[in-house]
Design a protein around this ligand. Structure first.
Ligand code: LHQ
Length: 267
């Protein structure tokens, strides 16, 4: 039997969810996102769960959408229903992460890219290993940040720096993530688990209702239109994905060669 793509463990009120596709730096597919959504629904209805930790197995937190999934569609030049895909996967996940009335901590090691970054940003706090490396990444394959990325990145990192990182897809390190507010704290890689556990321990000692209502208040105060935005973001991504340069960017990544972009407005 193959390994589960999402590992779950529960101790002392903490549900730990570990993305488990280390050979692809925990790239996401529909199966893993469905498991994540199920786990968050479980966390919501189980009083015994007081806090959720999201982490990645291996040398990365998450490299974003598994680009191999779309290989045959890109090769055959079929249209991909990207907006539909987003609405049934990452948009649901982002809404669940924000709506869960319990803290969700991303414990971030190694690589973070694409919608993997969006997922980390949709969590409540990010404890980051000092060797973590980030890239928004979408623009390199002709896309816009999705899964809430176009909302959460400017909200958390600021409009100017967020837009720069989204447009350039420049890599940045943990020190920069801390400086722009993406990391709540940076710790030596060897201490990531202990530092995450210490934060969780601090949170679970605080009245659960205060945590739930504080999260609700912050959501309502600064992101009351998040769900509506996700819908619109998916339409924008659909448009981006219909450009030839997106297909070329994905195929170049899969074929491990530099892309040959045309920069034409439409394919
Ligand atoms: C991967 C991936 C990956 C598959 C590493 N997929 N295999 C929404 C709607 C529609 C379409 C598309 O997407 C989306 C949402 C998105 O998230 S778009 C953004 C998707 N992510 C990316 O574009 C990032 C792609 N990955 C990379 O650029 C690099 O792998 C990074 C910079 C993350 C890490 O670089 P390295 O540390 O040099 O590692 P690597 O590239 O050697 O990756 C290790 C393996 O993982 C490798 O496989 P291999 O068989 O050669 O060992 C990669 O092919 C595989 N992998 N990311 N997203």
């Amino acid at each position: 039997m193959s390994e589960p793509v999402l590992l779950r463990s529960q101790h002392d009120g903490v549900l730990t969810l570990s993305l488990n596709r280390p050979e692809k730096l925990n790239a996401l597919n529909v199966e893993i996102v469905d498991h994540l959504i199920d786990a968050l629904e479980f966390a919501d209805r189980e009083d015994a769960v007081r806090c959720v930790v999201l982490r990645g197995e291996g040398r990365g937190f998450c490299s974003g959408q598994d680009l191999d999934v779309f290989r045959s569609a890109y090769e055959s030049r079929h249209k991909i229903e990207v907006a539909h895909h987003l609405r049934k996967t990452y948009n649901v996940l982002a809404i669940k992460l924000r709506a869960l009335p319990k803290p969700v901590i991303a414990s971030v090691n190694g690589i973070v890219a694409g919608v993997g970054l969006s997922v980390a940003l949709a969590c409540d706090m990010r404890v980051v290993a000092d060797d973590a490396r980030f890239t928004v990444g979408f623009s390199r394959i002709g896309l816009v940040p999705d899964g809430g990325g176009s909302y959460l990145l400017p909200l958390i990192a600021g409009f100017g720096r967020g837009l720069e990182l989204a447009m350039t897809s420049d890599r940045f390190d943990s020190a920069e993530a801390l400086r722009i507010g993406i990391a709540n704290r940076v710790v030596p890689a060897a201490d990531l688990q202990a530092a995450t556990a210490a934060l969780v321990e601090q949170l679970v000692a605080i009245p659960a209702s205060a945590l739930a209502l504080t999260k609700h208040a912050f959501n309502r105060a600064v992101m009351p239109n998040f769900a509506a935005w996700l819908h619109e973001e998916a339409d924008i991504q659909q448009e981006a994905s219909e450009n030839h340069d997106h297909r070329e960017g994905v195929m170049a990544f899969l074929e491990k060669r530099p892309p040959a972009y045309t920069h034409a407005p439409k394919r």
